[in-house]
Design a protein around this ligand. Structure first.
Ligand code: ADP
Ligand code: MG
Length: 702
């Protein structure tokens, strides 16, 4: 038969049309999709265990003779209960069925049956092992279904297809497609890890050999499964590596020059002594900038680690080389704040800084656009408005993207289209664990700022229940009396911006007429007009306002070193990364800082874990790992854009140990491949890349 992996299932005559329909609805369209729909678990039907030697807590197969059947109705819950006694030569056990009266008809004393289920202890007769609602088959039935004597794979439910039916299809496909299974992994890799080939691996996971220990199977340690995990991650990363080598490592970028004059300018720009980590990272970036290949670097650094100044120094280099540089922030507030800081830093150097955000008036906007187009604006700060269609840069050479997790890959592509391949620096406050970052940003180099500026004190984090709200605000008032400043974050309402604004306004009213009466309070939320918002933020940074009631608009980046108190109302509603970001708004000066999390007395289990994590950990890396475990990678920002949602076998949490190794293997392989196979190989890599981008739903950049 001539099936290939890419053959659509509808072309296979022996799969009935209604099943093809159901499979398609579940996202299974081709032979490949079906073969990679791996069992979600296995039942161990290899041999029946003697009833006298059953182990509690394990799924087990037993074979015995029914000795007695009792029917009962529990008095309170009105559940129909059936107790069936089963015996073999080694002992006796009980099978309990709830609400399955037809079982009584099937199971009569004297009958021999197979039962499969999890072994527990019977509540009424503690000395008997017991199974609740087990599967029961007559021996002929079990034989007919081909159950005994092997591991039985269980597939996720797909429409009207039973797991047995899926298995039949898969087994037949495996037999018929065998020659169409080309091997995607290079020989070198298969040898290195002693991996079986693709056909063997697939056959193995769909029907594991019975001599494989159950523990190996359950923990996915068998080489066949590991090979498929590897394959999954390898192919994803190979695309990233090819993309990097083919697109980014060509000498088509700008080779900036860093002369002694420019170095002196950098020194004049810096308002403070850089930390060791900042110096190292700046050198890494400057080294990249001087190469003719376009720079694609990710700068990871925890909240408050001082990424902005590094960006500024790099932008200065671009400007002194005669190019424009821009800095893109995820929110208008943050853009305005960067604008304010950069203006201050660049003033002594007489480099003007322009702001381009959505909230500009028409005339203002037209003027800024003109400056940009004529090259009079060497430095532009803004939101994604920076890359709208009507924005034309005279000579864009350097792009900084702050807080990358808010932007998709698409953005990066759009930006590159604006300049002649400007260098791109992406900055993020580590909402992403290291292992994941390697996969997510496999086409970027990574620099890590792992040191906070001197004098920082850890933020003291406390959790209190709403019963103590009054005490909290009395204490806040006391802090304000002492000359400190506070943020007060109102409860999160994700469903509606309008309700969110109402919640913020309500809290503001409540506090300014109540516990914080007489103090200078400000209010900031997403619906304020730009001038008003700017006025409020300015007043807060200048110290005219003592406390700021806010929505999460202040979540990222906002910087006021005098603020030492962060109060978060209904902290249980926020995500972990969000709480970490919010906490990062304080602890930026040398004074002792506090973060107070207020929740109702009862919160859900996940919320408890999040709050505990925040109390326990300070580092964004640790917090991100916990977040990953809590929510799974699918929920993490950026994951979907990065194509990770399309991983079929690999699980980024379970299989994280593979990631750095695979990245290295891929890197070596891609380079060797491209070096050895010349133009033909290049074309092949480009073809691969095209399919790859399609498969993972990624934009092809180039
Ligand atoms: P983030 O990495 O979160 O973007 P910022 O760039 O906003 O951090 O820096 C946080 C604060 O630390 C800012 O007020 C900044 O001016 C200050 N800062 C950064 N680097 C240093 C340094 N080397 N010494 C002193 N203060 C610094
Ligand atoms: Mg920042």
């Amino acid at each position: 038969m001539a099936w290939k992996l890419s053959t659509p299932l509808r072309d296979i005559p022996w799969i009935p049309a209604n099943f093809v329909e159901d499979l398609r609805a579940a996202g299974i369209e081709t032979v490949e999709d079906l073969l990679y729909d791996l069992p979600i678990r296995y039942e161990d039907w290899r041999e029946a265990r003697p009833i006298g030697r059953l182990v509690s807590g394990r799924e087990t197969l037993v074979r015995g003779v029914v000795t007695q059947v009792e029917r009962r109705v529990t008095p309170r819950q009105r559940v129909k209960l059936l107790r069936v006694y089963l015996q073999d030569s080694t002992g006796q056990m009980v099978l309990v069925f709830f609400n399955q009266p037809y079982m009584a008809k099937r199971l009569t004393p004297g009958l021999e049956v197979f039962a499969y289920g999890e072994v527990g202890r019977d509540r009424d007769y503690w000395m008997f092992p017991c199974m609740q609602n087990p599967q029961v088959f007559l021996p002929e039935e079990a034989q007919r279904r081909d159950l005994p004597g092997r591991y039985v794979p269980i597939y996720r439910k797909v429409g009207r297809l039973t797991t047995r039916r899926l298995e039949t299809f898969i087994q037949r496909l495996l037999a018929e497609v065998r020659d169409g299974l080309d091997e995607p992994l290079p020989q070198s890799v298969r040898q290195k890890y002693h991996f079986p080939d693709r056909a063997t691996a697939l056959a193995y996971v769909h029907q594991p050999p019975s001599d494989l220990p159950i523990e190996t199977l359950q923990t996915h340690q068998d080489p066949a499964f590991q090979r498929l995990v590897y394959e999954d991650l390898f192919l994803l990363q190979l695309g990233l590596a090819f993309r990097r080598v083919l697109l980014y490592e060509q000498p088509v970028g700008i080779a900036f020059r860093v002369t002694p004059d420019i170095e002196a300018d950098i020194q004049r720009l810096l308002p403070f002594e850089l930390t060791v980590a900042q110096k190292r990272v700046l050198q890494e970036i400057l080294a990249d900038m001087q190469k003719p290949q376009p720079l694609h670097r990710l700068l990871q650094g925890d909240v408050g680690s001082g990424k902005t100044i590094i960006a500024a120094a790099c932008m200065l280099v671009a400007v002194r080389n005669g190019y424009q540089a821009c800095l893109m922030a995820p929110t208008e507030i943050l853009a305005e704040q960067h604008f304010y800081n950069l203006k201050r830093w660049f003033r002594p150097l007489e480099v003007p800084v322009a702001l381009l955000i959505g909230g500009l008036r028409k005339r203002e906007r037209a003027e800024v656009l003109r400056w940009i187009a004529q090259g009079h604006a060497p430095i532009v700060v803004g939101t994604h408005a920076l890359f709208q269609e009507d924005v034309q840069y005279a000579r864009l050479g350097f792009v900084v993207i702050d807080e990358q997790h808010r932007f998709g890959v698409r953005h990066r592509a759009r930006i590159r289209a604006k300049g002649q391949r400007p260098d791109t620096l992406v900055m993020t406050a580590t909402p992403i664990p290291r292992s994941l970052a390697l996969t997510l940003y496999g086409d970027l180099d990574v620099s890590v700022l792992d040191e906070l500026p001197p004098g920082r004190q850890p933020v003291e984090t406390r959790h209190v229940t709403t019963r103590y709200r009054e005490d909290v605000y009395r204490w806040v008032a006391h802090q304000l009396d002492e000359g400190h400043q506070a943020y007060i974050v109102c409860p999160l309402i994700e469903e509606s911006e309008k309700l969110q604004v109402q919640a913020a306004t309500r809290l503001y009213e409540e506090l300014s007429h109540g516990w914080l009466r007489g103090y200078r309070l400000g209010l900031v939320h997403g619906q304020l007009k730009r001038e008003d918002r700017e006025a409020v933020m300015d007043a807060f940074v200048q110290g005219d306002l003592q406390a700021l009631v806010a929505t999460t608009v202040i979540e990222v980046g906002v910087d006021n070193p005098n603020a030492t108190v962060m109060v978060i109302e209904h902290a249980e509603r926020f995500g972990l990364a969000q709480l970490h970001q919010l906490r990062g708004r304080v602890g930026r000066g040398s004074a002792r800082s506090y973060c107070i999390l207020i929740t109702p007395p009862q919160v859900g289990a996940d919320a408890k874990v999040r709050i505990q994590a925040l109390l326990e950990y300070r580092s964004g890396f640790d917090i991100a790992e916990i977040d990953l475990r809590l929510r799974g990678p699918g929920e993490l920002a950026g994951v979907r854009q990065a194509g990770l949602a399309r991983l079929r076998v690999a699980d980024l949490v379970r299989d994280h140990a593979w990631i750095p190794r695979i990245r290295q293997d891929v890197e070596e392989y891609a380079r060797r491949f491209l070096a050895a196979s010349g133009e033909a190989g290049r074309q092949q890599a480009i073809r691969f890349l095209r399919q790859w981008a399609h498969h993972y739903g990624l934009v092809q950049v180039g």
